[in-house]
Write a protein that binds this ligand. Structure first.
Ligand code: AMP
Ligand code: ZN
Ligand code: FE
Ligand code: FE
Length: 292
């Protein structure tokens, strides 16, 4: 098989994916990947293992992260590609995000218990397999115990904002996340822009603000994007001078319809996309916005 595709958005057991980092690389190679970025939520813990497997298989592994940023009532995820985790300010920021999860997760358990759900923190830890704990791990326990039919049902009934188990956690503001990524030598890409839930003018206005804050790229090709989404995002990227990125958002068995590199079967991100993003890497270290 020719390996001339890339996948710049993947998750492993280091966060809420179900396959180990090395496995993600193997599967991506099997679907034609020349390169992948491992972009676990708020951490880079899986990258060393993925990179070692990449060397074995001849797949470039880009060090990535997907940072959850503060965004009103919605979700904003900012991908950092080519980040250097050894940069101290960046390491401290990741530690802060870990602490925020450690504070939040037991509270989710308490809220669910108060609502009459028989769930323990130990069960959630077991579901996480030792990596960072996120809401999808709570969802797995809820499904196993018959409280929910599937992931979506678990989020809707128990875990999404406004549901009984929901608990806020600290998130960086978008401009802070972008500044941190640049400071670590990385390129900042807005993940799945349609999940901001904005109509066209509001989306343009938000992207204009993010671009002013230093955003480098937009995830245009994505597993859940239709032809119309891609076309819309391509116009915005062109108007704002943003680079194109693309990825599957592979999570393994928790979203079994999505495979690495090919997404739902329709996804194809050429190597040239990665080359153009690489050229956006900051040349000098940029001081991040003052951390709060
Ligand atoms: P956390 O970062 O721990 O707050 O968990 C958020 C993660 O849960 C997101 O990054 C998604 O991977 C996942 N998620 C959020 N909403 C849903 C949903 N409705 N169905 C399945 N997974 C979801
Ligand atoms: Zn996830
Ligand atoms: Fe995301
Ligand atoms: Fe993701």
């Amino acid at each position: 098989m020719r390996r001339d595709r890339v996948d710049l958005h993947t998750h492993s057991t280091a966060s809420d994916g179900t396959f180990r980092p090395a496995d993600v690389v193997r599967q991506a190679a099997g679907h034609g990947a020349a390169a992948i970025a491992l972009t676990d939520h708020d951490c880079v813990d899986g990258v060393a293992e993925a990179a070692a497997e990449g060397v074995r298989l001849g797949v470039e592994v880009v060090t990535g992260i997907e940072i959850s940023a503060e965004f009103g009532p919605g979700t904003m995820h900012i991908l950092g590609l080519f980040v250097d985790p050894a940069v101290p300010v960046f390491g401290a920021a990741m530690a802060r995000m870990q602490t925020a999860r450690h504070e939040r997760n037991p509270q989710i358990v308490r809220r669910l218990q108060t609502a009459g759900v028989a769930i323990t923190y130990e069960e959630v830890v077991a579901a996480s397999g030792g990596g960072q704990i996120g809401r999808p791990h709570f969802a797995r326990v809820l499904i196993e115990k018959g409280y929910a039919r599937d992931m979506n049902d678990a989020f809707n009934r128990y875990l999404k904002r406004g549901a009984v188990g929901y608990c806020e956690r600290f998130r960086f503001a978008p401009a802070e996340a972008i500044g941190l990524i640049h400071h670590a030598g990385g390129v900042a890409v807005l993940a799945h822009p349609m999940t901001l839930g904005l109509e066209s003018e509001a989306l343009r206005a938000e992207l204009t603000r993010l671009t002013a804050a230093g955003l480098d790229g937009l995830e245009i090709r994505y597993s859940a994007h239709g032809v119309a989404d891609e076309a819309r995002l391509r116009v915005l990227a062109q108007d704002l001078g943003l680079a194109e990125s693309g990825g599957s958002d592979f999570h393994g068995q928790s979203k079994p319809e999505i495979r690495p590199v090919i997404g739902r079967g329709q996804l194809a991100v050429p190597v040239t996309v990665l080359d153009a993003l690489r050229r956006r890497r900051p040349r000098a270290v940029v001081a991040p916005a003052e951390p709060r």
